[in-house]
Design a protein around this ligand. Structure first.
Ligand code: TMP
Ligand code: ASP
Length: 240
């Protein structure tokens, strides 16, 4: 399938139409942004790593019965995915206190929760992706009660699979962000990407941060840790 018109330019990827209304093509960029695009950077290979890592993880999740938009890897930085209507909710699951959770609630970083948490942000750059609850989502007609029920069930199931996938790589899954979309049949599937951009990943032995926080907070070794995670994934799961 070939790339046709550009549908959408995101901060880390471009989305193109194809000759089929059922599919689109993602093209991952080497760019990195943080704090709603205020901080900008890049490294050679980031687009390749995020593309290949997201695809490998989607395939592993599919094996666990999770429906995703993934269809086929087309090149190092391009993939064919199902065309979906994105539900404009950023769905965040947390297993360990970090990031905005600590900032908002004054919690100490690294505290392990008895149960994972879930929260939603309204995916809207102009508004700065504000935190919302499910009743706000119904009021804004972003999602129905049934959609939210499905999204919650899928998000917690994805958390269980992802924790297992990363633990095999000697990585603790601290928190992550998911996006869901409705495919042409109206079915909710996992969309967007799962990568060190969208997860907090800590080394299981040392708690070294192996994710985009190294870029967000100028911690150094930004590209090194992405290659580290990608190499561990290949070692554990081969070319998936
Ligand atoms: P937070 O602690 O800053 O709310 O982030 C929670 C998780 O969501 C973390 O793994 C990073 C991810 N995330 C994104 O993927 N995109 C975003 O725009 C934000 C703010 C967080
Ligand atoms: N992805 C968001 C941005 O580009 C925020 C983040 O990941 O920190 O600005």
């Amino acid at each position: 399938m070939k790339k046709l018109s550009l549908l959408y330019t995101g901060k880390a990827k471009k989305v193109y139409a194809t000759e089929s209304p059922e599919y689109c093509i993602f093209e991952y960029k080497d760019a990195a942004t943080a704090f709603n695009g205020q901080k900008v950077g890049f490294f050679d290979g980031k687009g390749m790593i995020n593309n290949k890592m997201a695809n490998a993880i989607f395939k592993l999740l599919e094996k666990d019965g999770i429906k995703t938009h993934f269809v086929e890897e087309l090149s190092d930085r391009e993939s064919l995915v199902k065309r979906v209507d994105i539900i404009p909710l950023e769905v965040i699951i947390r297993n360990i206190a970090a990031g905005s959770f600590c900032k908002r609630y004054g919690s100490e970083e690294g505290v392990v929760f008895d149960k994972p948490t879930i929260e939603f942000s309204y995916k809207n750059d102009a508004l700065g992706d504000p935190l919302i609850n499910s009743y706000h989502a119904y009021a804004l007609k972003i999602a129905t009660e049934e959609d939210v029920k499905t999204i919650k069930e899928m998000a917690f199931a994805i958390n269980e699979s992802l924790k297992k996938i990363f633990l095999k790589m000697d990585i603790r899954l601290v928190d992550f962000k998911l996006e869901f979309g409705k495919d042409v049949n109206g079915e909710i599937v996992l969309a967007d990407e799962i990568s060190p951009d969208t997860c907090r990943l800590w080394d299981a032995e040392t708690n070294k941060k192996l994710d985009k926080d190294r870029f967000r907070f100028d911690m150094g070794e930004f590209s090194d840790v992405y290659f580290e995670v990608w190499n561990r994934l290949k070692e554990c799961y081969g070319e998936v």
